[in-house]
Design a protein around this ligand. Structure first.
Ligand code: APR
Length: 266
């Protein structure tokens, strides 16, 4: 059985991570869709970093939910499997999906990268996180610099150890290109043929490429199942062969067990 799973913010909602377009998505009355842009970062890097640092903190204390676990189970049992997630959190990985079975198409929130050169800090051993004592202190890789040393609300911004430019979160912002290597991995999977099962979970599917990938994996004629798991209607709903209008953590365990039972080889 060949399986493609596409996920969005809704899959992490029940772990307490606010979705982008949901009512909890606003942060300090600001629209995430306006914060997650190169323009917002250029205008106010301190504000954007504060938002990402809070999100990192929230993700660190969150735990994968039953939907993440069910997707990891499906990954383990399918003959060929790819998860393409728009989520920058690490909850799929912590639920146990192997790296080679997952593509984070919008990047990884725990990566910090240079906004000018190729320098990258994976955040796993020496991330330029803000110091807790509000003083600018050197870190293992990258440096932190106070931008307002006398101000009450000091936020230390990371600077590149190679070229001294401002570092930024390793995520894809609105209007930016998708990472080429990750894109290639999705294309390679799609080029190898149709999928028996495509599941699209917890995404508004606002981006054309998400709809496109789901439809390419499930072409007319050789069509397998195209299942949408989302309490609300989306652009993809009209193409689905099965609509599951339930929260992901409730729907996914049962859905995965049914798929595995249906495709079990005798
Ligand atoms: N289970 C399943 N789906 C849910 C749940 C849930 N518990 N809660 C909410 N949803 C659905 C909503 O109905 C909505 O369709 O999840 C979707 C969340 O949509 P968005 O907030 O738009 O998130 P997403 O589709 O992942 O956004 C795509 O846009 O902001 C950018 O780069 C960012 O990766 C993000 C991308």
């Amino acid at each position: 059985m060949r399986v493609l799973v596409l996920t969005g913010a809704g899959v992490s909602a029940e772990s307490g991570i606010p979705t982008f377009r949901g009512k909890d998505g606003y942060w300090r009355n600001l629209d995430p869709a306006k914060l997650a842009t190169p323009e917002a970062f250029a205008r106010d890097p301190k504000l954007v970093w504060e938002w990402y640092r809070e999100r990192r903190q929230r993700i660190r204390s969150a735990r994968p939910n039953a939907a993440h676990a069910a997707i990891a189970k499906l990954a383990q049992h399918a003959d060929e499997f790819l998860l393409v997630t728009q989520n920058v959190d690490d909850l799929h990985a912590r639920a146990g999906i192997a790296k080679e079975k997952m593509v984070q198409i919008h990047g990884d929130i725990f990566v910090t990268k240079c906004s000018r050169c190729d320098f990258l800090d994976t955040g796993r051993g020496g991330s330029p996180e803000p110091p807790t004592d509000r003083a600018a202190v050197p870190v293992e890789r990258g440096r932190l610099r106070s931008i307002a040393p006398t101000s009450e609300d000091i936020v230390d911004l990371p600077y590149c150890p190679e070229c001294d430019a401002l570092m930024r979160p390793g995520v894809v912002w609105f209007g930016e290109q998708l990472p080429w290597k990750e894109l290639q991995r999705v294309e390679n999977y799609l080029d190898r043929g149709a999928s028996d099962v495509v599941i699209v979970v917890g995404t508004t599917a606002t981006f054309g490429y998400i709809v496109d990938w789901a439809l390419r994996a499930s072409p007319e004629g050789v069509r397998g199942e195209l299942i949408e798991v989302n309490p609300e209607e989306t652009q993809l709903s009209q193409f689905a062969t099965q609509l599951v209008r339930e929260p992901a953590a409730i729907a996914m365990p049962h859905l995965v067990d049914t798929i595995l039972a249906d495709h079990r080889t005798p």
